[in-house]
Design a protein around this ligand. Structure first.
Ligand SMILES: Nc1ncnc2c1ncn2[C@@H]1O[C@H](COP(=O)(O)OP(=O)(O)OP(=O)(O)O)[C@@H](O)[C@H]1O
Length: 411
């Protein structure tokens, strides 16, 4: 198998307090160096200037190889360096140290609308992207109908992209990136912007592309999508990685990296991070706080939010995730339905015995306004274990929300 991407000793250092490439000179210099590096040596990307005093290493001494046709998931905690890596590969930013060799044409879908010119129409942008990827007009023509069909924005093709909603931009952006026959397809979290049906369609298309020999690099926090799409995975944490491993192993590494304070069945808001809406989440069994619950008895999740900050119309969502960060089930209620206790609004949920199979779990909790704006989102908190003591293993439910009704209830 030939190599698609070869990365050696790659580091990226940001100067804190400095907005990168925000002057014309800086933009010009980056663009010049990027173009020069492309022209000079088979897509070799050259490093930028030296380290400054107040610096943050977004990537530190990264070495890895991606073979042609591999599907690699890049996962890890917020700020781990995932987007920075993809931006360097897509030549949006330059490395501080090390080299990246890219063999083949890259199409990337990073931030919403990246690669689109806002004043140009959807149609013009499709051709512009094709040209940037080195395709002829007739090559783009051949794919044009498929792009439009996939994106579902046919009615707006002659409207400037600046008038598109973020969802429409993602749809067209993905359709263009996936259909312009790149050798390497890079997709960042951005798909989360689209609706679920479209996300599934994109994952299907990426799967198809991977099968036809394209190299796919995929960044996501959704472990379910990652494990469906990718064979290989790499955890990036504080700019470092322990290497490329089978995707299931990478997901386990990632799950194990959650701070230990989040693994003891209890979340208490950190007073240093005020104002926090969620004040406390706790796992209880037989009236006691637990980090391990037994599967032969029901257990409860108690959630408390601060009444002073929450609105009665806010909606609370709680999701139980397994060790692979896959959602096992979610439940929601209005703050108004919670019980008022002093300055808190509290609600308890009971999860029936033998519902969760033995293993490690954690909670995600969100509070959303009526208009679905996220007021607070907590991920991977309150880690707990379910220990198997029940003789029966009948209730081995997984993942399917609709199947699990009746297995838990608000109290
Ligand atoms: N332009 C920038 N200037 C300064 N620091 C930056 C810049 N871009 C990223 N960083 C910092 O570099 C680190 C890595 O960021 P990056 O966006 O690559 O992480 P990530 O893994 O993609 O995170 P997330 O999962 O939240 O998207 C973070 O600490 C971030 O604050």
């Amino acid at each position: 198998m030939t190599t698609s991407v070869q990365i050696d000793g790659l580091s990226k250092c940001y100067q804190l307090g400095v907005t990168h490439a925000n002057t014309l000179r800086e933009v010009g210099r980056q663009a010049y160096r990027s173009l020069a590096s492309m022209a000079l040596g088979r897509g070799r990307i050259a490093p930028l200037a030296a380290e400054s005093q107040r610096t943050l290493w977004a990537l530190k001494d990264l070495t890895l190889q991606v073979k042609q046709g591999e599907t690699l998931a890049v996962i890890g905690p917020n700020g781990g360096g995932k987007s920075t890596l993809l931006k360097i590969l897509s030549r949006i930013t330059l490395p501080s140290k090390g080299t990246v060799e890219v063999h083949g044409r890259i199409a990337s879908l990073l931030e919403v609308g990246t690669g689109f010119h806002p004043e140009l129409t959807g149609r013009e942008n499709v051709y512009l992207n094709g040209t940037i990827l080195g395709m002829t007009r007739s090559e783009v023509n051949r794919q044009f109908d498929a792009i439009v069909d996939f994106s579902g924005v046919e009615q707006f093709l002659d409207t400037p992209v600046k008038r598109y909603s973020s969802g429409m931009r993602v749809r067209l952006g993905f359709a263009v990136a996936a259909h312009l026959e790149p050798d390497i397809l890079i997709v960042d979290e951005v798909l989360a912007v689209g609706d679920q049906q479209f996300q599934q369609k994109c994952l299907g298309k990426m799967h198809q592309e991977a099968k036809s020999g394209r190299t796919v690099l995929f960044v996501s926090h959704n472990m379910s999508s990652v494990s469906h799409l990718c064979e290989q995975g790499m955890v990036l944490n504080k700019g470092r990685t322990t290497g490329v491993v089978p995707v299931a192993e990478a997901i386990e590494q990632y799950a194990a990296s959650f701070p230990s304070g989040h693994r003891d069945g209890l979340y208490v808001a950190d007073p240093a991070h005020e104002p926090a809406l969620f004040s406390r989440l706790v796992i209880e069994q037989q009236g006691e706080s637990r980090s391990t619950v037994l599967d032969d008895q029901p257990f409860e999740i108690e959630i408390a939010v601060r009444s002073t900050d929450a609105n009665p119309t806010d909606r609370l969502f709680v999701t139980v995730c397994n060790q692979f960060r896959q959602h096992v089930f979610s439940a929601s209620c209005l703050v108004d339905q919670m019980e008022r206790r002093g300055d808190q609004h509290v609600i308890r949920m009971q999860v029936n015995e033998r519902f969760l199979i033995a293993g490690s779990y954690s909670l995600d909790a969100s509070l959303l306004t009526v208009g679905n704006d996220v007021r607070e989102h907590l991920a991977g908190i309150c880690g707990f274990r379910v220990a198997n003591v029940a003789a029966s293993e009948l209730n081995r439910f997984h993942l399917q929300n609709d199947l699990v009704l009746g297995q838990y209830q608000w109290l």
